[in-house]
Every structure is written in structure tokens, then in C-alpha cells.
Design a protein around this ligand. Sequence first.
Ligand SMILES: *[C@@H]1O[C@H](CO)[C@@H](O)[C@H](O)[C@H]1NC(C)=O
Ligand SMILES: *[C@@H]1O[C@H](CO)[C@@H](O)[C@H](O)[C@H]1NC(C)=O
Ligand SMILES: *[C@@H]1O[C@H](CO)[C@@H](O)[C@H](O)[C@H]1NC(C)=O
Ligand SMILES: *[C@@H]1O[C@H](CO)[C@@H](O)[C@H](O)[C@H]1NC(C)=O
Length: 348
Amino acid sequence: MASMFVMCISFLALLGSGVRSDEQGVRRRPIMLDRSGGFTIAGKVIPNPRNPNMTLSCDHGYMEYFIPWRPRKTSLVMWHSSSTQTWQNRFDGGEGFKDMFLRRDYPVYLWDAPRLGRANWACEPTFYVPDYRDQGNFVAWNFGPSYGNFWPDTQFPASNKEAWQQATSARYVEYDTIANIYLQANAAAVAADSRKIGNSIVYLTNSASGLRAQLAVALSNTTNTKAIVSYESYGYVFPDNLNITTGGPFGPLVVPLKQFKKLAKLPAIQYIFSDHRSENFTFLAQARLSAKIINMYGGNAQVLLLGKDAGLKGSTHIAFADMDNAKVADLLDDFLGENELDHYERHG
Ligand SMILES: *[C@@H]1O[C@H](CO)[C@@H](O)[C@H](O)[C@H]1NC(C)=O
Ligand SMILES: *[C@@H]1O[C@H](CO)[C@@H](O)[C@H](O)[C@H]1NC(C)=O
Ligand SMILES: *[C@@H]1O[C@H](CO)[C@@H](O)[C@H](O)[C@H]1NC(C)=O
Ligand SMILES: *[C@@H]1O[C@H](CO)[C@@H](O)[C@H](O)[C@H]1NC(C)=O
């Protein structure tokens, strides 16, 4: 009986960690879902000041979910500050992290924080001022040093005009204000505390959602969130005992030490930076400082350079949509395995 139990456990462990995505069979394994759907979470119901009988339900977030037939325990919450599309496909339309990790049996959640995408029902007037941003996107996403001038080794499909059009079109308005950072982080914290997205949550973030995910952990009242993996986080949360001043729109964001320490309680935090970034790049320097402070308080945060540390070439700001995103996904497998976040649900 006991040995049977041990056998079962080790069989599960084998399933959990021994399977690598670079085996053809796993990569093309069908996606088997138990269910999918979506729901709103958090938000407010505000009365009409002229007629309190009338209300508006607003400022909630929207969570779309996909639950595998035989799920692992850990939920991957894919969080982007300006386009969930980045998680759905590679730049050329090939497979993105959503399907890659569904094939690996992780429950996947696509998060539209309040006022973004399918959660754009705001409690206050919002505005969209058209601006000529396409060329700026090219440089911000680290496709190259100037518009149209790709890094020679870029992982963006440089000659694919349709890919460029898709990348630059699929954006939402991003409200980079401190009030919005709190609004979005708080809604995510409510979602995490609700258990509606499980009790083992890993946030995958890109750019400005990294800061929001850190704040969500600081605001949360449970330990349901287990890790953050941030691809080029723009902005960091710092404690209020280090003479750091809050600034905007990409941090730093200063919180009470007690809240900050929740980041040190997470089993793991990984700040990932792409290629062609120097150590003095503001957000990389801040990532190193953030990791140092989190670890000083007993946490487990690290910085991973896709170039120097992992040997990838030409990774962009949105590495999980790059042409070599399968390699980026393998690195995430390693992270989840090393931190025991790859276990399966036990079935009775
Ligand atoms: C609000 O509803 C109450 C109860 O139905 C009603 O008596 C009142 O007149 C309503 N107020 C307005 C401003 O419509
Ligand atoms: C956590 O608890 C505090 C104190 O009760 C509360 O004010 C706050 O809203 C809670 N946070 C979340 C995300 O619900
Ligand atoms: C705190 O920072 C301010 C502004 O950067 C600086 O002028 C001041 O000397 C610092 N104080 C301490 C105690 O480090
Ligand atoms: C960052 O470092 C590189 C080389 O080490 C240097 O060329 C560049 O001027 C530096 N940039 C800033 C903003 O300090």
C-alpha cells in the first residue's frame, strides 16, 4: 500500500517535471479543456448624485479563463498593461504563451484590469487622445535602435509587414497614473484573494503591468499569489524606509514596509530582461535594486538576462511573443519546476 502510494507520487512527479516542451509530442499535444469562460471582479456600484435610485457598476476587472481537462495546481495570470493579445500569439501569428501553457496543462487567465479592454466601463470620465505612436512603439519594444532599423539578430519577424501592423495595432489605451496603478492592482488583489483564480497564482507580466503585479501582492491579504515573472518590468515597488520617492508614470512606487515585505514572502520573483539592454538601463538597474531589497528581507528575487544569462539573441521587450518564444517558454518551465509550481492537482 505504502509503496503503491510512493509509486503514484513519483509517477506524478515525473509528469510534473520530466516533460520538456522541446519534445515534438508535447509541443503538438492537443489542448484539452475542461471549461472556459470569463467574469468581472472587484469594482464599485456608485449612486447617481442626482438620483440615488440610479447606480453605475464600474471599475471592475475582467478575467477570461481556460481550465485544462487535467490541470496543474498553479494558475498563470497573463497580465499586460496595454494588450492581452501579446499573450495569445507570437508576433507572426504562431503559437503564443496562452496555448503553449494550456498544452502544458496550466490553467490560464487573461486579465483585463479596470478600464482596459473588456473592463473599460469606468466610474469616471476617461479620455483617449490620438497620438502618433507607431514609430515610438518600435523603439520602446526594442525591435531596434531607431524606427525601421532592426537589430540584426532581432527575434521580431523583421520582413513581415503584417506582423508589424498586428503588433502596433493591437493596443489599448494605458492609463499611466498612480491612481490607475492602484485601481488596477487593487482589483487584481481582490481577484487573488477571492480564490476564483485558484490558490496558487503566478503573474506573468510585461512592461507596466510588472509594477501593478508587485503592488497587487503588496495589497493582497492572502498568500494565494506564489510568484511573479516579469518580462521587462517598467516600474518597481519600494519600501518606505529607504528614502525613495514615489514618481510616475512608471514608479518608483513607495509602500509601507509591512506591505512591501509581502513580496519577500513570495516563493519566487523573476525579473527578465531582453537583449540589447545595458546595465544602466533605468528599469534594469531598478530591477537589481528591487531584487536586492526583497532578498534583504528574506525573499527570493532574481534578475535573468535573456542574452547574457540564458544565451538567447535579439529578444525584444515582449520576449514571449518573439520568434524564439518556445525557448522563452522553456525558461519559464525551468522556473516553475525549480519553485515547485508545476505540480498537478490531486484527483480523488
Ligand atoms: C427612489 O425610489 C423611491 C422608492 O421607490 C421613491 O419613493 C423615490 O421617489 C425615488 N427617488 C427618485 C429621485 O426617483
Ligand atoms: C485587505 O484588508 C484591508 C483591511 O481589512 C482592507 O482595507 C483591504 O481592502 C483588503 N485588501 C483587499 C485587496 O481586499
Ligand atoms: C533623501 O533623499 C533626498 C533627495 O534625494 C536627499 O536630499 C536627502 O539627503 C536624503 N536623505 C537621507 C537621509 O538619505
Ligand atoms: C550606459 O552605459 C553605456 C556603456 O556602458 C554607455 O555608452 C551609455 O552612455 C550609458 N548610458 C547612460 C544613460 O548612462
